[in-house]
Design a protein around this ligand. Sequence first.
Ligand code: GLN
Length: 257
Amino acid sequence: MKKTTKLLTVTLAMVMAACTLTACGGGASEGNTITFGTNAEFPPFEYVTSNGVIGEYDGIDMAIAKQIAESNGMTAAVENMEFDSLLVALQNGQIDAVIAGMTATDERRETVDFSTTYYTATQVMIVKEDSDIAAATDMADKKICVVQGYTGEICVQNMGYSYEAFKKGTEAVLELVNGKCDVVVIDSATAQKYVGDNEGLKIVEDPSAFESEEYAIAVQKGNTELLDKINSSIDKMLADGTVNELAVKYTEEATAE
Ligand code: GLN
């Protein structure tokens, strides 16, 4: 009896070791790792760099993800994919959570659960310095660029304007710099980064047209175990000023580059 139990334990340990080595099961991690899905094209929240906080990934979200994992005695891993694929990957169980400057919208809430809000943003318009666009309604007869699947696209759609959608924010901004479009609608902090990186651009705000947006972390519907861990870490990081410090740090870094 004792011998059998021991044998079983050893066998189980060997199977588990093999699993760790070959990452069997693939995709979303079990046990001691939280695999966060992101789209590392959204500075200052997530971007690729040579020496990031999680491997090659850096930014406000990446630092938050790392702390969430560590404060729960776990490790954070990142899977980088297109923004449009994130919620599907989450539902498929390929990733455990999404942290991607993602706005918790009612539509998204139909398929996933969101954490406590950790950052509030708004859509803004990036235009050339000499542009006559001063309000959202001025975009009516202009060429508008957005990023596919971002809330900026949804806003412009709801306003009834036609637009062109790009896969990446950098592509949309390049179009503006090259004079091929008149305005890019995108999230505020990311807009600041792009305006800092490119000469001759400015930001136009219109709070009457763009509502504030709450960034939150998404988990599979009903995954309260992970959501509780995430929420308790976020609450702590909000209360002790960590989120604020990270926002300041990465915004300064982003504009200083
Ligand atoms: N906040 C926007 C959204 O949720 C953009 C997010 C992003 O590009 N990472 O759609």
